[in-house]
Ligand binder design. Sequence first.
Ligand code: M6R
Length: 609
Amino acid sequence: MCGIVGYVGSNDAVDFLIAGLSKLEYRGYDSVGLSVFDHETILTRKTKGRVDDLRKVLTSRPLHSATLGIGHTRWATHGEPSDLNSHPHGNFRVSIVHNGIIENYRQIKERMIRKGYSFSSETDTETIAKCLDYYMVQKGEPLKAISKVIEKLEGSYALGILIKDTPDTLYAIRKDSPLLIGLGDHENYIASDMTALLKYTKRYYLLEEGEIAIITKDSVRIVDCEDFLEITKEEHYADWDEESAEKGGYPHFMLKEIHEQPDAFRRTITPRIIRNTISFERDNLDDRTLASIRKFYIVACGTAMHAGMIGKSLIERYARTPCDVVIASEFRYQDPIFQDGDCVLIISQSGETADSLAALRLAKQAGVMTLAIVNVVGSSIAREADFVIQTIGGLEIAVASTKAYYMQLSILYLLAFKLAALHDLLSSQELADLLHDFQHMEDVARDMLNQSGNDQYLASLYQGVKSMFFIGRGLDYGLALESSLKMKEISYIHCEAYPAGELKHGTISLITEDSMVIALASSKAIVEKTISNIKEVKARKATVLLVVRDDVEVAEDAYNQKLTLPSYPDVFMPLIEIIPMQLLAYYMAVLKGNDVDKPRNLAKSVTVE
Ligand code: M6R
């Protein structure tokens, strides 16, 4: 999705903006641009394409001596990716960069056309720029003009603003789209994402709705947008180091993050396991609150939702607490029937996913308890949920989520075991035994990573495949969904995930000798049933990769290739099985020459509906 950076200081603003925009590339974008003050004149350079394309534009049309500017990476919503639709938008008087969507932009645009303005782009953003210009002319004063614009806008926005009359000042506002103000030494910054700032500062303010930030090289003032009274802000500190935003010797962030999973797992679970018991006290979540939950709605999108599906199986099995897993974009329009004791559990890596945030707000409005599992501290979901359990494994940069999924699963295991213990469904000894095996998964994950050669080999066999089915039962079906998503989003191969027993109710008609089926059979309790289903597809001449635990004998004619997993209790197999599936997707994408970390059409954090 779109990204914003801004700089005011004594150094070269263009250098900062280009470096910051490069750090935001991971979010997914299709065009890029910047505006700076050059000798008190606003100058803009923008282009369709990547940051490298902007560098070329800057080589042919250089900008000198700018110490204040704004930059943007655009992920097209209103209008195709093009030079004209790229941000910044504005004129000689104002320039803005915008993340979010203005819902009433048509009305504003018509009004501005009536006032004599003409438009050169198809974007909603240009209407904000024209509106701001209009109010600058009317009011002659930046704060009054910005305040008027805020009054007119409906929808979501984070805006970085330059105004010709104040060539030493950067302005920023936001609503429902993140924006941070980085605090430096004789220089200050704005960014939609802390990753862009880590190299320069770790100190920041969170800007809130209804506030206007007035930022110069030596000061940051935040005022209320109605009466311009000064607001005192709490200073935050980002404890992520810059290294987590670097590849650290790996060819791709995705591979680095797959390899970081054992560490992330340990860092996430260790502070919550105390002498063979589980405690969420560090998350301010006491036992009484947890024990009062009668039902969970697990609400999330994409990979986070897939983690929720595994969570549902675990919580229902161990704690016998019913769970519904609902895709956030559906939940928000479903008019759910809430009852006493319900808890809406939002799972989100970024904490900014628009649909998940809307679901959270819906639950809060209904007076239902909300709990969030979030990776990004200070994100909207983390700030708005009643309770937050933070995953602790550092930044996730690759669009394809791997480490975040692993950390989300880790918390869900702890939650299931904790609830079971609270409801007396696990004895202390049973809990201690489970925790012992659970903690051992860190070593098993490392072993799985050491076997990545198998995945490279399999990827070389399958690189020509046009379509794949992932099948499994129970927890393996949850894994099939996630494995299929990983494969399709980065390898661009059409994939479907199916419960193995459901195939014969229709979809098996698609299985021919050209089909590739990845059959997940890690669960000992139902392995025979799954193998029967595998035989059904094999009989229809599909190529089968069997992913199976090593304590199960399977006749050789049931598969074409086999990937064996070390045998552990069924409940822990998802933590083992997901690793080769992530690696297989990764190596397929690499062999196909795809942009692994920034797959086409995708964005890291989906902040639009
Ligand atoms: O930041 P979130 O966890 O809320 O993001 C949810 C999904 O957009 C995300 O998991 C997406 O499906 C992944 N990029 C897939 O790898």
